[in-house]
Design a protein around this ligand. Structure first.
Ligand SMILES: Cc1ncc(COP(=O)(O)O)c(C=O)c1O
Length: 384
């Protein structure tokens, strides 16, 4: 695996060595159950509490507003069902979201629609960005929840969540933001942001898989998804994943301390790849999908028109480069990406898109090598 180039950090990331150490330490000690009253239980409770405090410090919110979950998907589902059901009791029945959300949001919204909620899915422009005016026109007194992601997982495009959140607040609609992909790369300040619910996931920031976080602003109406014990202040029953939670907090601390450095590093690898592709292939042979400036630094979505996403992906894989053809959950199905399809770009561009995403361990040399490999594959497939 040594020579493999992993350019799929938006799908998942390897644990940082310090994070792994924190994780293994807790597992090795034999984490107690935080609900147990004995010393081992109290020690476990203390660990979870410290991790929650650390995350609250990073997000600038109160620790009591944070609920640990089992994934970003669970956070998204809990936010949407939890807020929608609670708001329904107040006579609100509308859900507003965008066409480019992760399926964890879109499919939860569609399920709410089958349950009788009225769903409005906002379109996006050619950069994959929702318009504030469209959002304002869709949000009214009947709106229960508005769900708009911070940064898109396929293109990296950032969304105008602050303006939309302000508008949602005026209409007493709850604003949910899926920040799973943006966390670690942008500053999230929950005292400043007009946001009531926010989803995060540890495995996108060099933390472990299977741990998520849901922020629920104090006083927000919320109905839990899981019932059982009174863990997480009765907002999410389940014995806590103590080692995962400790490791998540460690990963978040590192990401927060190193944010500027990581942004710069990702930008460097990204721009090296694009520059090298221009030199190797010529600028007319590929097109970048997504916003050129208002975007996350670690993702670039590129169409090699004339070559299907699946062919490019498989050939890169054979050459030792791991990339994605869209979001990870879709890549097995070869379905055209719903995100790119919503962007009003040509069908050829949609079907030839490849997502490169960067993170720890990547180098500019890897980007140069990948561009050369891509050019060779491209010449071979185009000349067939
Ligand atoms: C934007 C976004 N939301 C939600 C998720 C789901 O997170 P998890 O894999 O932790 O369930 C992902 C993962 O790809 C994502 O990119």
């Amino acid at each position: 695996m040594k020579d493999l180039i992993y350019f799929d950090h938006a799908a998942t990331t390897a644990m940082h060595t310090d994070v792994l150490q924190a994780y293994v330490e807790v597992i090795g000690e034999g984490a107690g159950n935080p609900s147990s009253l004995h010393a081992q239980g109290r020690a476990a409770r203390e660990k979870v509490s410290k991790a929650r405090d650390a995350l609250a410090g990073i997000l600038n919110c109160d620790a009591s507003e944070l609920v640990f979950t089992g994934s970003g998907t669970e956070s998204d589902n809990s936010a949407l069902f939890g807020a929608a059901y609670a708001q329904k009791k107040r006579g609100k029945n509308g859900i507003v979201t965008t066409a480019i959300e992760h399926h964890a949001v879109l499919n939860a919204c569609r399920e709410l629609e089958t349950q009788g909620f009225s769903l409005k899915i906002l379109p996006v422009d050619e950069y994959g960005r929702v318009s504030v005016e469209d959002a304002k026109a869709a949000i009214n007194e009947a709106t229960a929840v508005v769900s708009i992601m911070a940064g898109n997982n396929e293109t990296g495009t950032l969304q105008p969540i602050a303006e939309i959140g302000e508008w949602a607040r005026k209409h007493k609609a709850l604003m949910h933001v899926d920040a799973v992909q943006a966390f670690g790369y942008i500053d999230i300040d929950l005292r400043e942001w007009p946001v009531d619910l926010l989803s995060l996931s540890a495995h996108k920031i060099n933390g472990p898989q299977g741990v998520g976080l849901l922020y629920i602003r104090k006083g927000s109406p919320f109905q839990p998804l899981l019932y059982g014990g009174s863990q997480e202040r009765s907002r999410r029953a389940s014995t806590e994943n103590v080692a995962g939670i400790v490791a998540f907090a460690k990963a978040a601390e590192l990401a927060s301390i190193q944010r500027d450095e990581r942004r710069e590093h990702a930008e460097n690898v990204r721009s090296t790849l694009l520059k090298e592709l221009s030199e190797q292939l010529g600028e007319q042979s590929f097109a970048v999908n997504g916003h050129p400036d208002d975007r996350l630094p670690h993702i670039v979505n590129i169409s090699f028109v004339g070559i299907s996403s699946a062919s490019m992906l498989m050939n890169l894989d054979l050459a030792g480069v791991a990339v994605s053809g869209g979001s990870a959950c879709n890549s097995g199905s070869l379905k055209p990406s719903h995100v790119l399809s919503a962007m009003n770009i040509s069908a050829e561009r949609v079907s030839s898109a490849v997502r490169f995403s960067f993170g720890l361990g990547n180098t500019r040399e890897q980007a140069e090598k990948t561009a050369k490999i891509t050019a060779t594959i491209s010449a071979r497939l185009r000349n067939r």
